[in-house]
Design a protein around this ligand. Structure first.
Ligand code: NFE
Ligand code: MG
Length: 474
């Protein structure tokens, strides 16, 4: 007899997510046979942007999130600069990369220590370590105590990465420095020297604490190198521009299908968002984002999420550090829970090691801004990478106002519900086949969901209020 277990909210992620998993017993073992991921809050930024001055797009879209605001600023300014046929100065490109690099690192450290580690390690008898499920924690008291210390050290590291980004960005999150045409801050020798100091501290932390901790936890949970694979489809738009036109990117654009070795090209024209199972008007399903519509319909028969279902040529794709590192040839092991954590840590180090080069390339006294005249009419697109994966902004300008704006975030890809063909989203698929020891405390489900680092809205951290999952049907 199948059991449907609901976890609502799934905590230790950004925003509001719920999951229903169907658990069945096969060969004497319980396992997940189906999963439904639901984004439970409506934000409506795309609607809010309508009829605004296009110049506001980087500032408003950064408010989508408190963790990944920087890439939204980058995507929106890229779109505006495409509209204005404007090429930003070298210094602006470098400053954007430096701020976005610090932003990625803070997100990755925060994710491992503050959002994921509690799935694997028992901590002191106090929040946020309690209340906690009584599950298979395979790490002994001494190692747990060390990891709890690192949890605290990681709070400092996260603060440092935010301070580091704010040196150039003015503040974090939601920087006013991201403007079409460049950057508002003129860097000084003091800022550069300070940023360099933070680089050293953070690189040390990633190399000597974060990566060893990821390896250590994985060594105790080796079965998670086989769990949570999903479709094996990986997608990256590419990010961190290496030239003025943004043609060359530090993280490359590409696509992998079904875990194959071949890196395929990406054609953004074949992306659509499907809404049969989302609380949006069915008439708007399967549209390219340049033509997409955000028309909320709630309640709606069969729908179960506020997330739309982005698809590439009709297929679901996982996006994020594992996709980027695999596509860039920087990580080539597998696709699993442990691989996602490791690829994220490898990416943090890769970025930390790139930062000094970008810092050294800044030319003091050279411009950070060039005028970018936005035309009265334009169709524009900004594709980049955010910590959680491929990010796209599609904009139409008419009569000098925003006439259309669609954002497809990484978690739309990863956390999407069924599409028009009933094909589950990547996290839903990754959950299927997962063995579950105790359906009242399905920690395995949380470990898989957290490995994707989902973000459904801005940061809300809540303690799991009850000690068991809610079983809603038998
Ligand atoms: Ni709110 Fe984000 C990232 C974007 S959402 S954290 O990374 O875009 O998936
Ligand atoms: Mg959208």
């Amino acid at each position: 007899m199948p059991t449907i277990v609901t976890i609502d909210p799934v905590t230790r992620l950004e925003g509001h997510l719920a999951v229903d998993v169907t658990i069945e017993t096969a060969d004497g073992k319980q396992q997940v046979v189906d999963a439904f991921i639901s984004g439970t809050s409506f934000r409506g930024f795309e609607v809010m942007l309508m009829d605004r001055d296009p110049f506001e797009a980087p500032h408003l879209t950064q408010r989508i999130c408190g963790v990944c605001s920087v890439p939204h600023g980058v995507a929106a300014t890229m779109a505006l600069e495409k509209a204005g046929h404007s090429t930003i100065p070298e210094n602006a490109r470098l400053l954007r990369n430096l701020v976005m690099g610090a932003n990625f690192i803070q997100s990755h450290i925060l994710h491992f220590y503050h959002l994921s580690l509690l799935d694997y390690v028992g901590g002191p008898s106090m929040p946020p370590w309690e209340p906690q499920w009584n599950v298979d924690h395979r790490i002994g008291p001494d190692d747990s105590a060390r990891l709890v210390d690192h949890y605290k050290a990681a709070l400092v590291a996260v603060r440092q990465t935010n301070e580091m980004a704010a040196l150039f960005a003015g503040r974090q999150p939601h920087s006013p420095a991201f403007v079409s045409g460049g950057f508002t801050n003129v860097p000084t020798t003091t800022q550069i020297a300070e940023f360099r100091k933070y680089c050293r501290l953070i690189t040390d932390f990633i190399r000597n604490v974060y990566i060893p901790d990821v390896d250590f936890v994985a060594s105790r949970y080796l079965d998670y190198s086989q769990l949570g694979r999903g479709y094996g489809n990986l997608l990256a738009f590419g990010g961190f521009a290496l030239d003025a036109a943004g043609e060359k990117q530090f993280f490359t654009r590409g696509r992998v299908t079904n875990g194959a070795k071949e890196i395929k090209s990406v054609n953004p024209e074949v992306i659509t968002e499907q809404v049969t199972y989302s609380w949006y008007d069915n008439g708007s399903t399967n549209r390219h984002p340049s033509n997409g519509v955000t028309q909320a319909v709630h309640p709606k028969n069969g729908a179960y999420s506020w997330i739309k279902a982005p698809r590439y040529e009709g297929e679901p794709y996982e996006t994020g550090p594992l996709a980027r590192m695999t596509i860039g040839g920087l990580y080539q092991k597998g696709i699993s829970v442990n691989d996602r954590h490791k690829a994220r840590a490898v990416e943090a180090l890769t970025i930390a090691e790139a930062l000094p080069g970008w810092l050294n390339a800044i030319k003091l006294g050279e411009p950070v801004y060039t005028n970018c005249a936005i035309p009265a009419e334009a169709d524009a697109i900004g594709l980049t990478e955010a910590p959680r994966g491929a990010l796209g902004h599609w904009m139409k300008i008419r009569n000098s106002r925003i006439a259309h704006y669609q954002v497809v975030t990484p978690t739309c890809w990863n956390g999407s519900p069924r599409d028009d063909q009933q094909k589950p989203g990547p996290i839903e698929k990754a959950l299927v086949g997962t063995p579950v020891e105790d359906s009242k405390q399905p920690i395995e489900v949380l470990r898989i969901i957290h490995s994707f680092d989902p973000c459904l809205a801005c940061a809300v951290h809540v303690c799991q209020p009850s000690t068991s999952a809610r079983i809603v049907k038998f």
